[in-house]
Design a protein around this ligand. Structure first.
Ligand code: ADP
Ligand code: MG
Length: 320
């Protein structure tokens, strides 16, 4: 199978969105963005063994590659439109490709965004780079800067599941014995198949004063919002939303709270909301603290302890 057969067989299906005038198969894709919409572009690369465990299923790899990009669009309040996929493949394994491509098509349809092109090369390590495009109504945005003192800090969903899911994979001996198979599967699923919070991002556009998605650990990502907004924060750690599986885990190993709030791969949204903002309970937001004048970038626990914001996932540890 040469590269052109491979693309035709696994990555060429009809686009569904009317904005996509030309998708896979030509030298470039052509998109007609809606009149007076702003184009929002993001890219994220995944390397096997670094961004997902080597035993991750092709379905989960497809899901995660698209989800992490759409999570960035969700964080901006944008609506997804299309994406490109660049693939570095160690081999052309028909079974892997067919499972990967079916799963990719399924999630792309679910999230309303078309595959419009890409590149396919040989590589010693499985590598995927997705660039996603979305739109924002003119004049509207959720950015990292813009929060005000007194705004409340809120997160969607539950924090820390993916960090525990990674422990299930990497350090099974450290998993509390009380945790049953269903809880382990749930945590692994949260690592493999994050859900981009697209509906929440769209709904918060116009009310959130700032926001971002949580991909490198809660404390580190809150730190990014604080740096960009020139503020500090006070957080109530006991308010950080945890899943039943994470609660059971902490009952057995309370010291792992640290991993929950510094581990990566949550893909939940962190937003600042002006006092008095009404939020739809359907969005699943939990208030975890508030923004304060300073020190800039500093996070204090409600009871006074200073929390480290520079801990979380980093690709180049030790390089300052
Ligand atoms: P070119 O050499 O003109 O850049 P390619 O041979 O790399 O074109 O790709 C041919 C077509 O297939 C292009 O439309 C490209 O966007 C698309 N394509 C290549 N790889 C992928 C992929 N992994 N997923 C989706 N589309 C792809
Ligand atoms: Mg060309």
């Amino acid at each position: 199978m040469d590269e052109f057969d491979l693309i035709a067989r696994y990555f060429d299906w009809p686009a569904r969105r009317p904005e996509v005038a030309l998708a896979v198969g030509d030298d470039a894709a052509v998109i007609d963005p809606p009149a007076d919409a702003r184009l929002v572009v993001t890219t994220d690369m995944l390397v096997a063994g670094r961004h997902f465990p080597l035993d991750t299923s092709p379905e989960a790899v497809a899901h995660k590659a698209l989800a992490v990009n759409l999570s960035d669009l969700a964080a901006m309040g944008a609506e997804p439109l299309g994406f490109t996929l660049s693939l570095g493949l160690p081999e052309t394994d028909a079974d892997w490709l067919s499972r990967f491509s079916s799963a990719l098509r399924r999630v792309a349809e679910r999230w309303g965004c078309d595959l419009v092109g890409g590149d396919t090369v040989g590589s010693s390590v499985l590598t995927l780079s997705v660039t996603a495009f979305g739109t924002l109504p003119a004049g509207k945005i959720i950015a990292r800067g813009g929060a005000r003192p007194g705004d409340r800090l809120a997160v969607t969903g539950c924090i820390g599941d993916a960090a525990l899911g990674l422990m299930v994979v990497q350090d099974p001996a450290a998993v509390p014995e009380a945790l049953g198979a269903a809880a382990r599967d749930y945590l692994r699923g949260r690592l493999d198949r994050p859900e981009p919070r697209l509906a929440a991002g769209r709904a918060l556009l116009g009310s959130a004063s700032a926001g971002l998605d949580c991909s490198d650990g809660l404390l580190q990502d809150v730190g990014h919002l604080l740096d960009a907004s020139g503020l500090g924060a006070e957080i109530d750690l006991s308010a950080v939303p945890l899943s039943p599986a994470a609660r059971d885990w902490l009952d057995a190993r309370p010291e792992d709270i640290d991993r929950l709030i510094t581990g990566g791969d949550d893909y939940e949204l962190i937003v600042a909301l002006p006092e008095g903002t009404e939020v739809d309970p359907e969005l699943g937001l939990t208030m975890i603290g508030r923004l304060v004048e300073g020190p800039v970038g500093g996070i204090r626990e409600r009871h006074g302890r200073v929390l480290p914001t520079r801990r979380g996932y980093t690709h180049f540890p030790g390089e300052e």
